[in-house]
Write a protein that binds this ligand. Structure first.
Ligand SMILES: *Cc1c(COP(=O)(O)O)cnc(C)c1O
Length: 428
């Protein structure tokens, strides 16, 4: 398999674009390869510019739950384009998509659209601060909430609760309002409440997908809800990744814990740039122009993006049996890979939520970021490169979640397991 054209394209891209990519994870740095340049996708597969075809388990990092070039989404976009790309004035499609989300999520009375998950989370946090009149926020190690300043935080030294910036360019003055807690560890959250009486919100991925797939324990989420209620603090579920991926009605429908606000992205745009944040009526009423908390966007609720999102959500709603089917397929995939690994003495732990799947090369269960970091990421890098060479496109980091789509066929899953079997024999 030649990837010469991709290598050449990457060299050229690096001349004009920092690192050759417009989002760092695409650079394959953590697995040590060079990124493939993609020419086109169709269904469950995509093809690079050298003409190699891959079964795609990344799906644009989540959005493409119907695979590439879904007919109804494509048709909706083409139809919308004919009426104009953007107006900067309200369109009915915005209300229609808002109505769909409000009817699907018990926790959401009102919703606002933005153009990315980062923007959704950033705005939700501003709103939580405006609503409560408090400044501090609690986030969890290993959860990713986009690249806004106060969320680019890593653990402080020693026992410090308050985070340090995880990137140059982020003033420590900004991150001193971000408290870091340990995922699935309620005591670490209680400590935050001891250290600060100025907490506006807790933000969490209820089904974490950015340290590999690590769902939160139900009791833990119930514990967060109680702490929030006891202290007058808002609970925000960041479902930019898990929303419409794990289930149609949000993590609240499988955990029984109702957040005050949620953030959405990825699937809600059907492949176009869309993010959203929504929640309780009294909280959302604080948002401009209804209330004083400012938030805006020239291309927010863009008609083409709304058309794509609406087509995707309507299709999901029409096919309610789709999630168990996707879950069964994803389970068969990871169980098959796990069995193949075990045959070669390699330990793997796996998890599945709807169309999301995760696996770690680890003997022990993974409950938080420290556990995820202890998995064998060197082995993952080898596995990734070998699978890619066989035509299977997995996310290029052991800290990512994989996805199956409705276009991922049983045959593709079988082929993947067979390839994994061959690779585990070779790399052991
Ligand atoms: C992807 C992601 C984001 C950021 O969304 P962008 O559209 O990349 O800005 C935020 N939160 C979670 C949970 C995500 O998975």
């Amino acid at each position: 398999m030649s990837t010469e054209a991709s290598s050449r394209a990457f060299d050229e891209a690096q001349t004009y674009i920092p690192g050759g990519v417009n989002s760092p994870v695409r650079a394959f740095k953590s697995v040590g390869g060079t990124p493939l340049f993609i020419k086109e996708g169709q269904g469950g597969k995509m093809t690079d510019i050298d003409g190699n075809s891959y079964v795609d388990y990344v799906q644009s990092w989540g959005p493409l739950i119907f695979g590439h070039r879904d007919e109804s989404i494509e048709a909706a976009v083409i139809e919308a384009v004919k009426h104009g790309l953007s107006f900067g004035a309200p369109t009915e499609a915005e209300t229609e998509l808002a109505h769909e989300v409000v009817s699907l999520f018990d926790s959401v009375d009102k919703i606002r659209f933005v153009s990315s998950g980062t923007e959704a989370v950033m705005s939700a946090i501003r709103l939580a601060r405006g609503f409560t009149g408090k400044d501090d926020i609690v986030k969890f190690e290993g959860c990713y909430h986009g690249h806004s300043d106060s969320l680019l935080v890593q653990a402080g030294s020693g026992l410090a609760t308050f985070g340090n910036p995880s990137s140059p360019g982020v003033p420590a003055d900004f991150t001193k309002h971000t408290l870091l807690a340990k995922y699935n560890d309620i005591e670490s959250v209680e400590k935050c409440f001891k250290d600060s009486d100025d907490i506006a919100c807790i933000i969490i991925e209820p089904i974490a997908g950015n340290m590999g797939l690590v769902p939160a324990d139900k009791e833990f989420l119930h514990g967060l809800r109680k702490l929030c209620d006891d202290h007058g603090v808002l609970l925000i579920f960041d479902e930019v990744m898990s929303g419409f991926r794990a289930t149609l009605h949000g993590a609240e429908s499988i955990t029984g814990v109702t957040p005050d606000m949620i953030t959405l992205g990825k699937v809600i745009g059907g492949g176009m740039p869309v993010g959203a944040f929504g929640g309780r009526k009294d909280v959302m009423a604080m948002l401009s122009p209804e209330g004083p908390v400012y938030q805006a966007g020239t291309l927010s609720g863009n008609p083409i993006a709304m058309a794509a999102g609406l087509a995707a959500i309507k299709k999901l709603k029409k096919n309610s049996k789709l999630y168990p089917v996707l879950q069964e397929r994803a389970t068969r995939l990871v169980e098959g890979m796990k069995a193949a690994a075990a045959k070669n003495g390699i330990a793997m732990v796996t998890d599945v939520r709807g169309s999301m799947f995760g696996f770690f090369f680890s003997k022990d269960a993974v409950k938080n970021f420290d556990d995820a970091a202890q998995a064998d990421h060197a082995l993952f890098a080898k596995f990734h490169a070998a699978m890619l060479a066989e035509g299977f496109y997995f996310a290029c980091s052991g800290y990512e979640t994989g996805f199956v789509s409705t276009a991922t066929t049983d045959e593709m899953v079988d082929q993947t397991i067979t390839a994994a079997q061959k690779i585990f024999t070779e790399i052991c």
